[in-house]
Each structure stands twice: as structure tokens, then as C-alpha cells.
Design a protein around this ligand. Structure first.
Ligand SMILES: Cc1cc2nc3c(=O)[nH]c(=O)nc-3n(C[C@H](O)[C@H](O)[C@H](O)COP(=O)(O)OP(=O)(O)OC[C@H]3O[C@@H](n4cnc5c(N)ncnc54)[C@H](O)[C@@H]3O)c2cc1C
Ligand code: SF4
Length: 328
């Protein structure tokens, strides 16, 4: 049985207290929400915080306010189950509820939060193993070692961004609000992720994610398609988020974002170029899908053969865009 290492557990009631405790804890502090990712990582000795600060009792982080006309504010500690079941989110931001429903299992969704999902650790077959297994291969760059077993000549870690809501938030243009003892800042979801499996967020370790701000719906529509081995539950090994806005039958804005194949989500600008100014017909959809195929370069460090996952980037982009075809 894998046991948790010893740590101090703190349960602040205000954002001010939470960020103060984190500042006092320094580099060995870490926030926890549902703990569905952090605690397994601690059991595997991948992450070893000495002070674990729960964000679940911070009222401000548990609220959903607003609507599609004005924009939606979702507190970082709102659980995935609450997102799946929210009438408001299902009505105005159906793509968010849909992607949340594809995450893990009902019990894990009761615990897991939107904030934890957006800040999820990157994943790799050589890393998501217990301590003894990793010790057996002499560890790797991401924790305790000095070689990458996926690309042994590489000084970079290629562990994969594997959270379902990440490509969706990038595609729909969500903003994330952070707090620390130094104050608040708001960043575009697109700017948060870094193409490095170790240093995968443009975020300081002491920053608390307070909320996710969704833009007014304003005529845009979005969809999400997920590739995984088991339909019942599994991490994505490819996720395609598609976003389009149409004006008079023509696409006026578009984004295709791939998740699950690189250390950060990948926005395919060439796919957007293939769509903007055109009708959303099968020719344009295939052109966008071809651009996604060309840009998708998965490595051999998650499930399925990577060449096949590359092929699937084309198919899943077609599926995601076809879902958005309408006569508007
Ligand atoms: C069996 C299994 C299957 C899974 N399947 C999927 C899947 O299909 N798709 C998927 O996307 N995920 C999956 N997950 C991962 C996980 O359950 C979800 O991503 C979940 O949303 C994580 O949320 P959490 O609240 O439990 O995060 P936690 O484990 O609490 O935290 C995750 C990370 O976020 C940080 N963090 C959390 N909240 C804050 C905050 N407010 N401010 C600053 N930092 C914060 C933590 O420090 C930690 O680094 C799976 C997990 C398991 C165990
Ligand atoms: S990509 Fe390489 S360095 Fe990163 S977790 Fe996997 S084996 Fe380790």
C-alpha cells in the first residue's frame, strides 16, 4: 500500500489567510483542492509539500455567478460535479459541462475541482509510476533524475498536458484570476501554459487560483472531442476544442486547440486561417483538420501508438467542427 508522507494540513477560511500561510510556508507549501491529483502524486513521492493548504473552505472560491449574456464567474473550488449539474452552465456554456462530464469518474468528480483541473500536473508513462518503479529506471528529469527516458538526448521534459478543461478554456478565451500576498493578477488561459513538462505553468508557486472568468457567449459556439482508451474513464491522450463565431453565414472567428499531446495546449493558427471568412462547409473543415494533423506531434509517452494519435488529430478536429455546423 502506498502511504502519504507526513505533512502539515492547513484549512484557512479567507483568501488573505490562505496566501499568508503560503507565503510563510515558502517553497515547501502547496495548495490542495479536491486532492485527486495531488494526493496520488504525494503517495508516489512525485510531489512532497511539507505544508498543504486546503482551498475548499474559501467561500469566494465556491461560487458561480453571472450568465451567458454578461459572462460567467466560476470559483476555482467549484467541483466538477457541480459544473456538470449546473443548469446555467449546461444552458449557456454547454461545452464546459460536456468536457467536465468526460473527466475521471463520478466519485472523483465529486471531489475534483475546476481549479485543480486547470493546474493539473503534466503526465508521462515514465513518471506516473510509484517510487520503486521510478527508482528502478534511475528516475527522470521531472523528478530526481538527470535523463528523459522519452527523448534521452533532450534537456527538456515532454510530459503531457492532460486536463480536459484546458483546451476548452483556451479555445473560448477564459481568463484566470490569481491572488498572492503581492496582490491580484488576471491572465488569459492561453497565456498560462508553458511548453515544458516540468515548468508547465506561467505561474508562481505561491499564487492562488481564485476564479475562472468565461466571456459572454455573444454568438460563439464551441465543442470538445476526447480520445481515450476506456470510455468509462481515462485521461485524454488527445483532446480537440473547436470554437467558431459566425456572421451572416461566414466564420468571423475560429480557434482549434489540441490538448493531450504536448506539455502545453497547442493552438492551431493555420486551422483558424482555413476557416475565417468562409462558410463552415466540409471543404473548410477538412482544410482545418489537415492543419491540425500537420501541427500535431505527439510523443511516445502516453497511451496508444503516437503515429496513430497524430492521425486522430485530423479525425477529431473534423468531428469537433462538424458538431458546430449550423444553418445560421
Ligand atoms: C483515476 C483518475 C482518473 C482521472 N481522469 C481524469 C480525466 O479523464 N481528465 C482530467 O482532466 N483529469 C483526470 N483526473 C485528474 C483529476 O481528478 C482532475 O483533473 C481534477 O479536476 C483535479 O482537481 P482537484 O481539485 O482534485 O486537484 P488537486 O489534486 O487538489 O490539485 C491539482 C493541482 O492544482 C493545484 N491547485 C488546486 N487548486 C488550486 C488553487 N485554487 N490555486 C492554486 N493551486 C491549486 C494543486 O496544488 C495541485 O498542483 C483523474 C484522476 C484520477 C485519480
Ligand atoms: S518526458 Fe522525460 S523527463 Fe518528462 S516525465 Fe517523461 S521521462 Fe521524465
Amino acid at each position: 500500500m502506498m502511504r502519504l508522507p507526513k505533512f502539515e494540513y492547513r484549512t484557512p477560511q479567507t483568501i488573505g489567510d490562505a496566501v499568508k500561510i503560503m507565503a510563510d510556508a515558502g517553497a515547501v507549501g502547496q495548495f490542495v483542492a479536491g486532492g485527486t491529483d495531488l494526493y496520488p502524486n504525494m503517495k508516489r513521492r512525485q510531489q512532497m509539500p511539507k505544508t498543504v493548504i486546503s482551498v475548499m473552505r474559501l467561500n469566494e472560491l465556491n461560487q458561480i455567478t453571472g450568465d451567458g449574456s454578461h459572462g460567467l464567474h466560476i470559483g476555482a473550488s467549484v467541483t466538477l460535479t457541480d459544473i456538470c449539474e449546473s443548469e446555467l452552465i449546461n444552458r449557456d456554456y454547454a461545452v464546459v459541462a460536456h468536457a467536465a462530464r468526460l473527466i475521471s469518474t463520478p466519485i472523483l468528480r465529486n471531489m475534483g475541482t475546476i481549479g485543480g483541473n486547470l493546474l493539473l500536473d503534466t503526465r508521462c508513462n515514465y513518471y506516473d509510476q510509484n517510487f520503486e518503479w521510478r527508482k528502478g529506471i534511475n528516475f527522470c528529469l521531472k523528478k530526481d533524475g538527470d535523463v528523459c527516458w522519452v527523448a534521452p538526448g533532450s534537456s527538456k521534459c515532454w510530459a503531457v498536458q492532460s486536463a480536459d478543461l484546458v483546451p476548452v478554456m483556451v479555445a473560448i478565451g477564459a481568463k484566470l484570476r490569481f491572488a498572492s500576498t503581492l496582490g491580484e493578477r488576471v491572465v488569459d488561459a492561453a497565456g498560462l501554459y508553458n511548453d515544458d513538462g516540468i515548468d508547465y505553468l506561467h505561474k508562481r508557486q505561491d499564487e492562488l487560483l481564485v476564479s475562472i472568468e468565461l466571456p459572454p457567449t455573444n454568438g460563439w459556439r464551441a465543442s470538445y472531442q476526447k480520445l481515450r482508451r476506456r470510455g468509462a474513464f481515462d485521461f485524454p491522450v488527445l483532446g480537440v476544442a473547436a470554437y467558431v463565431k459566425q456572421d451572416g453565414g461566414l466564420v468571423s472567428d475560429a480557434k482549434i486547440v489540441l490538448g493531450g499531446i504536448a506539455p502545453s495546449p497547442i493552438q492551431i493558427n493555420e486551422a483558424a486561417t482555413a476557416l475565417i471568412g468562409k462558410t463552415l462547409n466540409d471543404d473548410q473543415i477538412h482544410a482545418a483538420a489537415e492543419a491540425a494533423y500537420i501541427k500535431a506531434r505527439p510523443l511516445d509517452n502516453t497511451d496508444f501508438v503516437y503515429q496513430w494519435r497524430k492521425q486522430m488529430a485530423r479525425q477529431y478536429t473534423i468531428r469537433a467542427l462538424r458538431e458546430l455546423v449550423s444553418n445560421e
